[in-house]
Structures are given as structure tokens and as C-alpha cells.
Ligand binder design. Structure first.
Ligand code: NAP
Length: 255
């Protein structure tokens, strides 16, 4: 299965682990070449590249800190270099996925913690996307990542969820502005998923896991496999008319 000039190319941030990794693999299975990014875990990112290549697709892993907007221009140049090395000028789809959690209530959250959430979850999507847009084809697609926590409130997520709420608004504005280029922009809001996120609490804390499962219509917490396919399917030609939507994938949490 060789890549051709019409093989779609996606860029997935934070794809060394968790939901980004699962999305990158789902996209590869769908016939997409994938540029992934990692922050600190180069080895796991390169293992994901190897998995994608084993599926017959091209992949490369680039380092990116989404919390440092001053690095975005240089990152875009490295994306451009990668595209050129693949004989291409443009990529087709961007998944703004990278991120970390912060667990603190309103009374405990420090300004430093708040600023980190702003940088990692909001400034990243706001300022990285425009740097990459000149490299995206007209008619391309963007998926941003939000969270079920924008619809329901749980203690300790006030700063994180506030940023994700902003990302949902930003998604609508991006869709409005980028429509003239034929670019559709949607936001996927996962429920609680068993990944390393938040110290792996959903996966490893049996009590928390049981509470979430008990408050989820489908009766369990989410797994990465519940999300990657949703994002890949949103980026498939069949869903090209879906635009400016918040799609929650939570198994029916807190209905
Ligand atoms: P995860 O398993 O902890 O993976 C996080 C990924 O983001 C890793 O690839 C990590 O890179 C990268 N990353 C972390 N900080 C970064 C930074 N400053 N700059 C660039 N990359 C960074 O998390 P996940 O569960 O897959 O979460 C992915 C997205 O889904 C996040 O936006 C999160 O808010 C959202 N989400 C998660 C859940 C959930 O329950 N898991 C629910 C709703 C929404 P390294 O491996 O190199 O560190």
C-alpha cells in the first residue's frame, strides 16, 4: 500500500500516547499518512511511527511543546520540510489534541496553574492553527479536542474545563472564518477515558472508575478505542458536511 500524491496527510498533536496515538492509528488504518507530535516521550512517539508504518502508511514524529507559542513558527517549518520530503506541499487534516490536566478547585488554583492551562489548551489551538493553515489544503479539516467537563461540572476541573469551553467557542469561530477556504472545523468532547491523563486516575483509581461507570449510560469508562475512530470518521469524506459541531463521545456520561 504505497502513498500516492492523493494519499491524505493528517497532523495529530500529542500522539505519542492516549487519544492522539489512537487517532493516529485509526487514521492510518483509514489510509492516511500521519505527522504526529510528542512533547517529552520521543521513544513512545517513534514506536507509534513504527506501528503506522507497519500498517503501510508514512509517518514521522516531531517534537512540539504546545505550551510555548514562540516555537510554533519553527514547528511549522519542520512540518513544511516533512511535507517536502514526502513530495507534497500541503496536508489535509489537523487534530489539535495535545494537552495535560490540572486538578484544583477555584480556591486552590494558582495563577501559574491557570496560565499553564491557558497556554496548553487555548493559546495552543488559537496560535498554532494559523501557523499551520498555509500548509493545509483548501477543503481541509480540523478537529479540536474538548471534554465532557464543559457540559457537566466535576470538582477540581474548573480551570481545565474553562479552557475547553473556550476551545468549543473558538471552534465555531474557526469554522466561520475558514469556511471560505472550504475547511470544516469540529470539536470532539470525550468523556472520562482510561489514559495517562490526570495521572491515569480514570484507569488506575478503582473507586473513581466505578463512580464514572455508574454514571455512564453504557456502564463503563471510555477507552482510547472509543475516541480515535470518532475523530478519524469525522475526517473521512463521508462527514465532510459536518461543520462547527461539538460531538460528545462519552458513552452517555451524566445524562
Ligand atoms: P495523555 O494520555 O496524557 O497524552 C497526552 C499527549 O499530549 C501526549 O502525547 C503528550 O506528549 C502530549 N502533551 C502533553 N503536554 C504537552 C505539551 N505541553 N506540548 C505538547 N504535547 C503535550 O492524554 P489523553 O487522555 O490522550 O488526552 C488527549 C486530549 O484529550 C487532551 O486535550 C485532553 O484534554 C483531552 N481529553 C482527555 C480525556 C481523558 O479522560 N483522557 C477526556 C476529555 C478530553 P508526551 O507523551 O511526549 O508527554
Amino acid at each position: 500500500m504505497h502513498s500516492t500524491p492523493s494519499t491524505p496527510i493528517a497532523l495529530v498533536t500529542g500522539a505519542s500516547r492516549g487519544l492522539g496515538k489512537n487517532t493516529a492509528l485509526a487514521l492510518a488504518r483509514q489510509g492516511t499518512d500521519v505527522i504526529i507530535t510528542y512533547h517529552s516521550q520521543a521513544a513512545t512517539a517513534h514506536a507509534v511511527v513504527a506501528e503506522i508504518e507497519a500498517l503501510g502508511r508514512r509517518a514521522v514524529a516531531l517534537q512540539l511543546d504546545v505550551g510555548t507559542s514562540s516555537s510554533f513558527a519553527a514547528f511549522a517549518e519542520r512540518v513544511s520540510d516533512t511535507l517536502h520530503s514526502w513530495g507534497r506541499m500541503h496536508f489535509d487534516a489537523l487534530v489539535n489534541n495535545a494537552g495535560t490536566g490540572e486538578h484544583a478547585g477555584l480556591m486552590e488554583t494558582t495563577e501559574a496553574q491557570f496560565d499553564a492551562m491557558v497556554a496548553i489548551h487555548l493559546k495552543s489551538v488559537f496560535f498554532l492553527t494559523p501557523k499551520l493553515l498555509p500548509l493545509m489544503v483548501d477543503g481541509g479539516r480540523i478537529v479540536n479536542l474538548s471534554s465532557g467537563l464543559t457540559r457537566f461540572a466535576l470538582p477540581g476541573y474548573v480551570a481545565y474545563a474553562s479552557m475547553k469551553g473556550a476551545v468549543e467557542v473558538l471552534t465555531r469561530y474557526m469554522a466561520k472564518e475558514l469556511g471560505s477556504r472550504g475547511i470544516a472545523v469540529n470539536v470532539v468532547a470525550p468523556g472520562a477515558i482510561a489514559t495517562d491523563f490526570g495521572g491515569g486516575a480514570v484507569r488506575d483509581n478503582a473507586q473513581l472508575n466505578a463512580v464514572i461507570a455508574g454514571n455512564t449510560a453504557l456502564g463503563r469508562v471510555g477507552e482510547p478505542d472509543d475516541i480515535g475512530g470518532v475523530i478519524a470518521s469525522l475526517l473521512s469524506p463521508a462527514n465532510g458536511w459536518v461543520n462547527a459541531q461539538r460531538i460528545e463521545a462519552s458513552g452517555g456520561m451524566f445524562l
